[in-house]
Design a protein. Structure first.
Length: 614
């Protein structure tokens, strides 16, 4: 580790900075407890809170250069950036709006997470600048500073946890004796607790900074352990890629399975970080034995395939449902993962130095990460503005939304797009140039006065009903009574307590089966010896698997369904395909529990359900 990393900020500097933070957090916690300014004004509360929480740790990590003017300029720039980000989010995203609580959808958590990620990636570049006087990134130093920051924060968190446990033991011991003073001080008065935590964090940072040998040993041991996990990650990557090569054409041509971008991106990013652990600071030319090194290098291009499939899965979801904040963040993570994958595939070209260009790829992607994330925390690429644009465009294209009100793009504008969405709703209420302007105005006006994201069910909607298709089909009373039994087991999952039942001959025998939709995963019933028996429960990867979509019911009402052949007698309802086995043995059936909890039940035969992408 470089000499500059062995220096640490003085005890007086750390404690003075931590005390200043403690006083600021004490004041803000008191305002939150008493519901006074600045807590009552998010445009003031959010920037002050970000500065109090993040500016001090940044100053502590830069404290070894406290005698340089450039360090204080950097801290001031960080504080100004935090204030600008907090002002934007406090005034345009978090709220409050009329009839809307502050931070109803957890935007504050996403903000804190985004700011932490931004500072975590940006601070090593600032530290290298202060240490060397140059802006040109020196990868070994960047790597060392990144690990230094990670371990310092981790050790600080560990010291704070031990301190918190000791305070709890202290309070409980005296509480048993009837002395409640310490419990009140430590755990009832939150402003005092906030102050103690801030000062404890400063003291913990000093202790962590003094443990230089322990940090160095941890650095080496953690990297030595993690780099061997790269072998397991690459093995998973290879066998999954082979399976994708054989099954991928089925997924994309028949759309029988939804592609979950979450796990694909998790595999990509975990593998990337484990590759990085093996590469280290780039000074060791061959960190693995030759065979393993070659296998890891040849497998690197597979990361590109997996990350691109993840982006394709996200594109399908966005095309079907529009943007949401989580989908925007998913695209951001997907692009970063793809950039890493491309960079590592490029780094695997040469064998003389194992993955020798990883350092260059890491620096380039990190700078792109900082630039894009900073734009996302500003009005330029704010996810909330992008969501408002997407939902408004969906409304203009299809104002007759097929779904319940609380899933409509109007409600998304009301509750998920901050002030951008509310401004779009106001514009839609006075829309003039549109063939369906009256419908749009009415829906926008209804959404504008909504006070909760998810509306409660009315009494009429709680009445259990069974709707059969085709409507003219004769219905066995025994089947109707069976499906109406125990409504509490399935009404809880529905927007309305309705079971949609399609009577259809799946086997071509002239006898109808019953496909039941509306209680979580779809069910197949068949009359066997005069008794209706449940034969299988569908499995689905759709995010709304616990609710049958209105589009399916409308497709049934239109008669938009058919039994497909020849490989299997698949049932196609609108944009959904239900695949049934050709033969079933009723004696092998094991029924799963009703409702969404049956998603993990094992039933034979298995019924698979997949949403068709448009």
């Amino acid at each position: 580790m470089s000499a500059s990393l062995s220096r640490r900020p003085s005890f007086r500097f750390v404690m003075a900075t931590a005390t200043l933070q403690g006083l600021a957090v004490h004041y803000l916690a008191g305002a939150a407890t008493d519901a006074t300014w600045p807590y009552t004004t998010t445009a003031a509360w959010t920037p002050l809170l970000l500065i109090a929480v993040f500016a001090v740790p940044a100053a502590l990590l830069l404290g070894e250069w406290r005698r340089q003017r450039a360090m204080w300029i950097a801290v001031a720039a960080i504080a100004l950036a935090l204030g600008a980000i907090g002002l934007f989010h406090g005034s345009c995203v978090i709220g409050p709006a009329p009839n809307q609580p502050v931070d109803p959808q957890g935007e504050g958590f996403l903000l804190v997470l985004g700011v932490f990620a931004l500072l975590f990636h940006a601070l090593p570049f600032i530290q290298v600048r202060l240490a060397t006087g140059r802006w040109s990134p020196d990868y070994p130093r960047l790597f060392a500073f990144a690990w230094h920051n990670t371990l310092a924060l981790a050790l600080t968190a560990a010291f704070m946890a031990v301190t918190w446990i000791l305070l709890r033991v202290w309070a409980e011991l005296f509480d048993m004796l009837g002395i409640h003073f310490f419990r009140v001080i430590f755990f009832a008065l939150w402003p005092v607790t906030a102050y103690l935590l801030s000062v404890t964090a400063g003291a913990s940072f000093v202790l962590a900074s003094t443990a230089e040998k322990m940090r160095a040993a941890l650095h080496l041991q953690v990297l030595a352990l993690l780099k061997w996990f790269a072998v397991l990650a690459v093995f998973i990557l290879v066998i999954f890629s082979l399976a994708l090569a054989f099954e991928g054409h089925v997924l994309f041509t028949t759309h029988r399975h939804a592609i979950s971008a979450t796990w694909l991106l998790a595999l990509t990013l975990i593998t990337v970080y484990l590759y990085n652990a093996g590469y280290g600071d780039g000074r060791e030319p061959q960190p693995y034995p030759p065979f393993i090194a070659r296998a890891l290098r040849l497998a690197a291009p597979l990361l590109v395939v997996v990350s691109l499939v993840a982006l394709l899965g996200l594109a399908v979801r966005i095309d079907e449902y529009g943007l949401s904040v989580t989908r925007v963040l998913g695209v951001f993570v997907g692009v970063i993962a793809t950039a890493y994958a491309v960079g590592y595939a490029w780094a695997a070209r040469r064998a003389e130095r194992w993955m020798g260009a990883i350092g260059t790829a890491n620096v380039g992607v990190a700078l792109g990460f900082i630039a894009v994330l900073a734009a996302m925390l500003s009005p330029v690429l704010s996810p909330y503005r992008l969501v408002a644009d997407s939902m408004a465009a969906r409304i203009i294209r299809n104002p007759l939304h097929e779904g319940k009100l609380d899933e409509s793009p109007f409600i998304a504008l009301r509750f998920e797009a901050g002030r951008f969405g509310r401004e779009r709703l106001a514009a839609l209420k006075s829309l003039r140039e549109h063939p369906k302007r009256d419908v749009i105005r009415a829906a926008a006006a209804e959404a504008s006065v909504a006070t909760v994201r998810w509306r409660p069910l009315h009494a009429a909607e709680r009445e259990p009903r069974v709707v059969f298709y085709p409507a003219e089909s004769p219905v066995d009373p025994a089947l109707r009574n069976l499906l109406l039994a125990n409504p509490d087991g399935w009404c809880r999952y529905q927007d309305t307590c309705v079971r949609h039942v399609l009577l259809v001959d799946l086997r071509g025998t002239g006898h109808s089966d019953a496909v039941v939709l509306g209680e979580g995963d779809p069910l197949l019933y068949r009359s066997i010896d005069g008794r209706w028996t449940e034969l299988g429960r569908a499995t689905t990867q759709a995010s709304d698997g616990c609710v049958v979509t209105r589009s399916v019911a409308q497709s049934l009402e239109r008669g938009d369904y058919r039994v497909a052949e020849p490989a299997q007698r698949d049932l196609v309802i609108g944009a959904h395909t239900f695949a049934f086995p050709v033969e079933e043995d009723p004696r092998s059936v094991r029924r799963g529990p009703a409702g969404c909890s049956a998603r993990d039940a094992v039933t034979v035969p298995e019924l698979t359900v997949t949403e068709l992408s448009p």
